[in-house]
Design a protein around this ligand. Structure first.
Ligand SMILES: Cc1ncc(COP(=O)(O)O)c(C=O)c1O
Length: 372
């Protein structure tokens, strides 16, 4: 029973899935940690220096609500070059999570429906529930491709938004251009907004990812700095739109004014340099990790080869995913059961943001669990 001083909305969200995993993990001794959602490298030194310089030269006050002007100019010119968006509307957010909250607050009334492929990034579900929206999950098992036909069938009068996340957390899938084009056709027939969460955009191992933003005008683009530059604690991301969604961006800015106020100011200065910082050598290292993981697990486990991010979503070889995860944890490997990211409990998520030695050790342990 919740204490009666708590608002009813607190009962609309549930943190128990992840909490249970970490409770089980508390006893582990030198575990292989395949649960972490951030890269295993640190912020590149050059970018740390930019942040230090910004602090030392006085960029310590509030920035404009929508973000530091120089950063917005930089983002706009990058979007122009990369996806040919002219003069995009840009809002610098406190991480993509901040952008998600602002977007959902600006879009979702109680009872509104949001369509999202299942499995999904966990924050979507809980924020939508918190706002009284209704998640409409569209199964993307077993190959985790974008389930466009299922999305089409799920559209109703109450549909407000479709979410696409590519490269995807937790599956590592990168949607093909044709899949996104098909989604654009469906969304356009019903005049729906697509929110494209591209936080893992730099982590693509088999060629660059196509961006929904290039294919559909009514795309709310969300991108972040957390993963590419290992700045998860710096809390930086951005939202961008074309003219047709400018009213949405204006409302998000208004809500930012009364909530986050602005994204962390000195880090916004460092983000300008980050956008010119080449991480291709780090991505190459992550491609090697992806290949190693797939080699180590195939044969024993059923997994759809991930093309991006740093996750694999692997089928439990026996029983429910939760049962298998308990066994894995008892054998010193920390993975997350799929029901944290899904309405079903058949798979588990591996984050291979670890050293090659740890990936090998973890895969040996997982194979031993599958055999026992
Ligand atoms: C798909 C996806 N979107 C958004 C986020 C939020 O990232 P941040 O708020 O650090 O930018 C994450 C973090 O794990 C993620 O996996």
């Amino acid at each position: 029973m919740k204490p009666n001083y708590l608002a009813d909305r607190t009962a609309m969200i549930d943190a128990s899935g992840i909490r249970k995993v970490f409770a089980l993990a508390a006893e582990m001794d030198n575990p292989v940690n395949f649960s972490i959602g951030q890269p295993d490298f640190d912020v590149p030194d050059a970018l740390k220096q930019e942040a230090i310089k910004a602090i030392e030269t006085g960029f310590n006050r509030y920035s404009q609500t929508a973000g530091d002007e120089a950063l917005k100019v930089k983002i706009r010119s990058m979007l122009q070059q990369e996806i040919q968006w002219n003069d995009a509307g840009v809002l610098v957010t406190s991480g993509v999570s901040g952008g998600l909250l602002l977007a959902f607050m600006a879009l979702i009334d109680p009872g509104d429906e949001v369509i999202l492929p299942d499995p999904y990034f966990v924050i979507y579900k809980h924020l939508i529930n918190l706002l009284g929206g209704r998640c409409v999950f569209v199964d993307s098992y077993p190959d985790f491709r974008l389930p466009v036909e299922g999305i089409r069938r799920s559209i109703t009068e109450r549909t407000k938004l479709i979410i696409a996340n590519s490269p995807c957390n937790p599956t590592g899938m990168v949607y093909a251009r044709e899949e996104l084009e098909a989604l654009a056709r469906v969304a356009s027939e019903h005049d729906l907004i697509v929110m494209s969460d591209e936080i893992y955009g730099q982590f693509c191992y088999d060629g660059a990812y196509p961006s929904m933003a290039q294919l559909y005008d009514k795309t709310l683009l969300l991108r972040g700095f957390s993963k590419a530059y290992a700045m998860t604690g710096w809390r930086l991301g951005y939202a961008a739109v074309q003219d047709c969604l400018q009213p949405l961006l204006e409302e998000m800015i208004k809500i930012q004014q009364y909530t986050f106020v602005c994204a962390p100011a000195p880090f916004q200065k460092a983000a300008i340099a980050a956008l010119d910082y080449d991480i291709s050598d780090l991505v190459a290292i992550y491609r090697t990790k992806r290949d190693l993981l797939v080699t180590e697990l195939s044969g024993t486990f059923d997994l759809a080869t991930p093309g991006g991010a740093f996750y694999a979503f692997v089928k439990s070889p026996q029983g429910s995913a939760t049962e298998f995860v308990k066994k894995a944890i008892a054998n010193n490997v920390l993975v997350i059961p799929g029901n944290v990211f899904s309405e079903q409990d058949t798979h588990f998520r591996i984050s291979y943001a670890a050293t090659e030695a740890e990936i090998k050790r973890g895969c040996d342990l997982l194979r031993a669990c599958a055999r026992s």
